[in-house]
Ligand binder design. Structure first.
Ligand code: ADE
Length: 213
């Protein structure tokens, strides 16, 4: 699947997309990320992307023309992609939506809001407005990275091995995993629970089930 991200700050994504699972998912051809610089669709020699709001007030608003043009460009690659707009006014993003997005082959187009806001008319081409929590960030870039990460790890084949896929079924039930421990057995006086060292797999499974969040 392809995830296209429309942003004024593509450089913010480099570290996240080029590390760990997200990097591996691209390398293995399971996911393709495309960063679309909104500035490339700016107007005039100064590539203007924002303007003062009608009705007055502080701050600048992202203009409709560059936003529509960027979405059109992304749609040329994936005509059936779902268009998401990251905004604190959106519906709360959750695991169920992540699963739904990961299952669609059509792709995602994620618009990062910026500055004081965006011209509301862009919402006519948006399928879902999403928030990652009830707080206001300076822009939609971090939220877009959160959605990209949560979706990518659920794309079939991205998580390594069968066990990881099996574990994912826990989150289907809305249950988070139990705590984990590794060597050493005692660290700063803190001991690994005895049951995990017992070799009794029935007991271990029970302990893990009891300690799922
Ligand atoms: N843009 C600014 N804050 C946001 C949030 N909490 N969720 C999504 N987009 C945002």
């Amino acid at each position: 699947m392809r995830i296209q991200i429309i942003t004024l700050f593509p450089e913010m994504f480099e570290g996240v997309l080029n590390s760990s699972m997200l990097w591996k998912a691209q390398k293995e051809g399971l996911v393709e990320y495309r960063l679309i610089n909104l500035r490339d669709f700016g107007i005039g020699p100064r590539k203007q992307v924002d303007d003062t709001p009608y009705g007055g007030g502080d701050g600048m608003v992202l203009m409709p023309e560059p936003l529509f043009a960027a979405v059109d460009d992304a749609k040329e690659k994936d005509p059936d992609a779902q268009v998401l707009l990251m905004t604190p006014r959106g519906d709360l993003f959750n695991q169920e939506l992540a699963r739904e997005f990961a299952a669609t082959q059509a792709g995602l187009i994620i618009i990062c809001g910026r500055y004081e806001g965006y011209d509301e008319r862009i919402t006519t081409v948006v399928d879902k407005q999403l928030s990652i929590g009830n707080y206001v960030l300076t822009g939609g870039e971090l939220p877009a990275m959160v959605v990209t990460d949560a979706v990518t790890r659920l794309v079939p084949g991205v998580l390594g091995g069968e066990t990881s896929a099996e574990k994912e079924s826990f989150s289907e039930a809305g249950v988070l995993e139990h705590p984990h421990y590794t060597r050493p057995e005692i660290y700063r006086g803190l001991k690994v629970p005895d049951v995990l060292l017992s070799g009794n797999h029935a007991e271990i499974d029970k302990w893990r089930a009891d300690n799922n969040a």
